[in-house]
Design a protein around this ligand. Sequence first.
Ligand SMILES: [Zn+2]
Length: 302
Amino acid sequence: MSKLKVYFTDHYEVELPEGHRFPMFKYRLLRETLISQKIIQTQQLEPTPLLDDYVLSFVHTEDYIQKVKHSKLERNLERLSGFPQSQKMYLRSLASVCATILATEHALNYGISATISGGTHHAYPDRGEGFCVFNDVAVAINYFKHQKKIKRPFVVDLDVHQGNGTAVIFQNDPDTFTFSFHGEKNYPFRKEKSDFDFGFPPHTEDGTYLFNLQLYLSQYIETHKPDILFYNAGVDVIKQDKLGSLDLSFEGCLERDMMVFYLAQKYSLPVVVVMGGGYAKPIDPTIHAQLNLFKEMNNFEI
Ligand SMILES: [Zn+2]
């Protein structure tokens, strides 16, 4: 029996204005397809409850939390986040942080867990950006470090966009390693400095991508000696993605995931998988790549 647990948050619904670029429906669609294709059993799925919002303060400024909570963001900050502010958006964003916290707890006990949300790596302590309101992985890391349950986290961010918020949050934290593979021409156009960054030119294909992943990821895991991996498994690296500039195939994307899991198992590291981006239009190729990822997670054992 797989030890995988999957936390979801689509019961905190947010309706976006018609024509909004963000495919909010993809979360529910993925959850339903995981069940209908019998990739995940119903008992492996957990609806995420809301934790006290003080958890946000492990990363975010009080001023920013209050503004998001009461829909009082200035217009420019609201626009930067990519979403219209509302109470529902606040609850959904909080829920997605809670999902990553609960998933981390599960991974520490059982080796692996995932969220159908999260990977909101563009959020900074005092602002959101690019469809990211709060930085779920950063909050979970600081929360569990504070609880002394983890010491040397390692963020493997393979979403096609650079994890700029995460890079800045951990810039002065030598215990937390931030590793980012991304499209050099993709948003954010001004990149921040992660502990390791690799920007690929547009239309990079499987061979180059996987060669470098195998080379650098194993090297940095080896030298940092982490005790947990946080994997942002954004599938916006596939050729069909409308926002991503890279040209990975479904097989290449799956091999990427398998490489992360292979290394985690090799070094006996628990893994928390967060969803990150995926913007194919229609959405089917995105969901297809994510189903492959979830199938693979069921085989994970440390
Ligand atoms: Zn992305």
